[in-house]
Design a protein around this ligand. Structure first.
Ligand SMILES: [Fe+2]
Ligand SMILES: [Fe+2]
Length: 226
């Protein structure tokens, strides 16, 4: 899979930013700490950004991204919902269905997140982290938001995060619904392929489904031990 001859041109869309290892580590730790702001605001999504970071990185590796590109996806996974800091708690934490106008307010979080991260120049490259944050709620059929991008108009990193984000959300309890089992969530991913999700990303996920299952198991074991 990682044979350069098999790499599609699209994979090169995620430009690698060149930083020294120690700085790169700090960027990751800083992204992790920023994601705790969302956890502190909305504790029911605790662990969500960590799960999205690891799952997106694993799927990216399976698709043939370089280690550096997959690391960038990991950082983007931590930050994908950072724009929720700009959404009022009464809407973010509402237990029950949102009204249309409340949902329209929630839908602003990708743009708010992109604005928050825009000053970080290495994140602002072509199809870089800012674009992944901005487009993580686009759908493959063009019915997502904020821009209604379709298919390969959506940056690859955002298409990968969309799958990891939905999977993590389906597996976690929410005030208004119970968590799905892994099998139920996988059935849902298949049902939404081509409409919500890029089939190539879903295919790559199924290549690493056991690895991701083991990761989720170890994460929850650690939590139980804490
Ligand atoms: Fe991390
Ligand atoms: Fe989101």
């Amino acid at each position: 899979m990682n044979n350069p001859a098999n790499r599609s041109i699209e994979l090169d869309d995620i430009c690698e930013f060149q930083v020294l290892d120690a700085v790169q580590m700090t960027v990751h730790q800083f992204a992790e700490s920023l994601s705790h702001i969302i956890d502190a605001k909305d504790h029911c999504t605790y662990n969500h950004s960590e799960e999205v970071a690891v799952m997106a990185q694993t799927i990216g590796q399976q698709m043939g991204l370089s280690a550096k590109q997959a690391d960038i996806l990991h950082v983007a996974g931590h930050l994908h919902d950072i724009g929720k800091v700009g959404i009022q708690d009464s809407i973010l934490k509402k237990r029950g269905p949102l009204t249309k106008s409340e949902f329209n307010i929630i839908k602003r979080h990708p743009e708010i997140g992109a604005q928050i991260m825009a000053p970080v120049l290495p994140f602002s490259g072509k199809n870089g982290i800012v674009k992944m944050i901005l487009h993580h709620h686009e759908r493959f059929d063009g019915k997502g938001y904020p821009h209604g991008l379709k298919g390969h108009e959506i940056p690859l990193g955002a298409r990968i995060i969309a799958v990891a984000d939905s999977l993590s959300a389906m597996l976690q309890h929410r005030p208004y619904r119970k968590a799905m089992s892994y099998e139920q969530a996988l059935d849902e991913l298949i049902a939404c392929t081509d409409t919500q999700f890029d089939p190539k990303v879903v295919d790559a996920f199924f290549g690493v489904r056991e690895i991701i299952w083991d990761y989720l198991g170890s994460l929850h074991k650690r939590e139980g031990a804490a």
